[in-house]
Design a protein around this ligand. Structure first.
Ligand code: BV8
Length: 225
């Protein structure tokens, strides 16, 4: 009973002041997914997409981890077995909270990638359409985030960990986006105990053995102790 896999979503960063996607007034209420989180939207209007991520990068720069991030970092330090921390979030609050080895399956705001040669480098605070790749000099730079229709990162490693998991916890995610929303099924297949820690029951809430409702800054430290 010592392999833990944790999946976090925007809800774990909500109390740090970062908007979620699907709560009232959330990021998707202000923008159409198709316009700001798809390759087609980026091709259609790169200025809009850079503005969307520049605003989120600025917002994230001022955010600080909350008790939930710190509790997960403590769990990683103190747990006697393996802890795999997977996040759908593109902020760095897990790292700021002391977590190492965070798997950002949807990429990070801190990264930039060249659409031409796939070179990766630390993103500047503000990215612009006419930025050029430091390696191949093509004007094809984009935020290193995974958009809809693109393959999330580290999926092979993630499915390997889920095949051997004993405890699976989903924290602050609405269970609307795949493949992440399907991880609880993989965990059940592996015979794991599954727990959802969320403000309300998610789209896949019925698949969890245990549900702990409430703000992550309260529910996660309680769960970790
Ligand atoms: C893929 C980018 C296949 C970075 C994001 C048609 C064509 C192609 C694909 C599809 C298709 N139809 C369906 C799909 C699959 C698609 C999908 O799932 N669509 C959904 C909308 C149906 N998925 C994909 O496209 C994925 N890729 O399938 O590739 C493939 C196969 C082979 C080869 C190539 C490709 C890629 C998905 C990634 C998309 N990128 N973000 C960014 O801008 O951030 S997704 C976006 O939503 C974020 O990453 C976010 O992490 C993610 C999920 O949202 P949540 O984190 O859950 O946030 P949300 O606001 O929804 O919920 C917050 C929750 O927290 C709520 O439940 C709330 O109650 C709770 N909460 C709030 N406050 C608190 C709290 N909980 C606790 N405490 C609090 N205080």
């Amino acid at each position: 009973m010592n392999n833990i896999v944790i999946l976090t979503g925007a809800g774990i960063s909500a109390e740090s002041g970062l908007g979620t996607f699907r709560d009232a007034g959330g990021l998707w209420a202000q923008h159409r997914i198709e316009d700001v989180a798809t390759p087609e939207g980026f091709a259609r209007d790169p200025d809009l997409v850079h503005a969307f991520y520049n605003a989120r990068r600025a917002n994230a720069a001022g955010a600080r981890p909350n008790a939930a991030h710190h509790a997960l970092a403590r769990l990683q330090r103190e747990w006697r077995g393996s802890v795999t921390l997977i996040t759908q979030n593109v902020d760095d609050l897990h790292e700021q909270g002391g977590s190492g080895d965070v798997m950002h399956m949807h990429g990070t705001l801190a990264g930039a990638v060249c659409g031409q040669c796939q070179h990766r480098w630390p993103a500047p605070q503000e990215m612009a359409t006419d930025d050029t790749c430091p390696a191949c000099h093509a004007p094809a730079t984009r935020p290193d985030v995974v958009w809809f229709g693109e393959m999330p990162y580290d999926m092979d490693i993630i499915y390997d960990r889920l095949a051997m998991v004993d405890i699976f916890a989903a924290i602050g995610t609405s269970g609307q986006v795949y493949p992440a929303a399907g991880f609880v099924q993989e965990a059940r297949r592996a015979g794991a105990h599954t727990v959802e820690l969320n403000l309300e029951s998610s789209g896949v809430g019925g698949l969890f053995d245990e549900t702990r409702l409430g703000p992550a800054s309260q529910s996660v430290p309680l769960w970790v102790t």
